[in-house]
Design a protein. Sequence first.
Length: 408
Amino acid sequence: MYDFIVLGDWLEFAVRWLHVITAIAWIGSSFYFIALDLGLHRDRNLASGADGEEWQVHGGGFYHIQKYLVAPDQMPGDLIWFKWESYATWLSGFALLCLVYYLGADLYLVDPNVADIAVWQAIGLSVGSLALGWLLYDTLCKSPLGENPTTLMVLLYLILVALAWFYTQVFTGRAALLHLGAITATIMSANVFMVIIPNQKIVVADLIAGRTPDPKYGKIAKLRSTHNNYLTLPVIFMMLSNHYPLAFATDYNWIIASLVFLMGVTIRHWFNTRHARKGSPTWTWAATVVLFLIVAWLSTAPMFRAEDTEQVQLTPAGQKYAAAGEFEEVTDIVLGRCSMCHAAEPGYDGIPWAPKGVLLDSPEHIANWAREIYLQAGVSHAMPPANVSFIEPEERAKIVSWFKGAAG
């Protein structure tokens, strides 16, 4: 079984790598087209009938780009669609959500100290919230509010704040912020799959049939594309947050998440204004710095939730490892070699809090984190870093033996 655990870790790495690659492709093309659209010269009477044009230079050559407000007179024969970057990003992201948070729900998704719910209930809340979030967002966009983009954006922001609070009441801090990013990414990808591409297909079908396309389809797609543009940076923060306890392991993590969405708006506003040649609103950077400083302050006030290690509950997997032979010996090894850093109050100089929020200062914690201890200190020599606590090869072998014995 332990061989599958190692293979599972590599599978997770491969899917994460794929997710990052596809996300780069999607975000890069999205940012480029937003910048291109904003930077078009629309004050020229173009013989082609295009709405605007721009000249660009890259890779040793010049590009002459034109955009038609609705569509050209005739359907081009080699039309390129930008859609699979979005689809692949969401599919790989959901696969990663399943691998890490659903299969590892005992550690990463469910925290009995937050909400004492079963794993199946937590997974149900996860999947259900992603679907319901999109349905609520789509309904609001199709309502009369769609004609008032500013009001719609404010309302959507308030909904995201409410979601941030809700997730922190049912999931671990790590999972709460990750899910906030996941629901936002779901909205963005669904915008492409359910609205933007279908609307573009309607326009293409009209061109092929010789009909004049209705401008409303382009207008609707443009609204959704604008939403995606302003949501991108916060999504990236949420996806990275699971590596930084200062973001997720505080009492104010939902407020931190709410402020991150505002920072995404201020940063994108500066870029969008610059691309549109409407000046350089440097105040947006000042506002971003202030917001970031508030986030940093909130992350350490208080530092982390107070936790009584004597009340830590063993997960189902943890119970198996705690009952296995050699557990007492492994506990002594981990307490002696790892707990000086991985503790509620680390004793190692220069370590103010447990790295990655992982506590290994009690038998219960050690049993619950058995898989990571096995991978990080048993199979590999990643922990302790540079072997600062001088863990012996025999001790690493003992960890491997204990884990294999429990895993069967």
